[in-house]
Design a protein around this ligand. Structure first.
Ligand code: ZN
Length: 127
């Protein structure tokens, strides 16, 4: 019985961080690659990877490699329910303006070149 409370306490501790909450919230809309999450939270790739590994260590997200991209997704339906209770129902997700990941590119082919330029600008800031 104690184990159950420890598990929930661990989950809440990992989620008790604004950026990790934002990442988990974004993943409610479906799997996303690191570059997409990076565009959403506006942080450097090492920082995002660090937060993702904390979420993964707590078994809240899974990762799946596909070609050059690693996709992250929520792994715990209970977390989705908690997020819904705290943040409200899932909103329709469009394209993230500064993102050039395959998912965002599929949403907006015509502006692909603009998206690429923005993505390069972001990468420039990070390095
Ligand atoms: Zn994207």
């Amino acid at each position: 019985m104690g184990e159950r409370y420890e598990r929930v306490s661990d989950v809440l501790q990992v989620l008790s961080h604004p950026v990790r909450l934002q990442i988990a919230d974004e993943l409610r809309g479906g799997e996303a690659c690191v570059c997409h999450i990076q565009s959403v939270v506006g942080r450097s790739q090492p920082y995002v990877s660090q937060q993702l590994s904390k979420l993964r260590e707590a078994d809240l997200v899974t990762d799946r490699r596909e070609g050059l991209f690693v996709y992250y997704g929520l792994d715990d339906p209970a977390v989705e329910r908690v997020l819904e209770a705290m943040l409200g129902p899932l909103e329709e997700r469009g394209r993230v303006a500064a993102c050039a990941c395959p998912r965002c590119e599929a949403v907006s082919r015509p502006t692909r070149d603009v998206v690429r330029r923005e993505a390069h600008a972001i990468r420039g800031e990070v390095t």
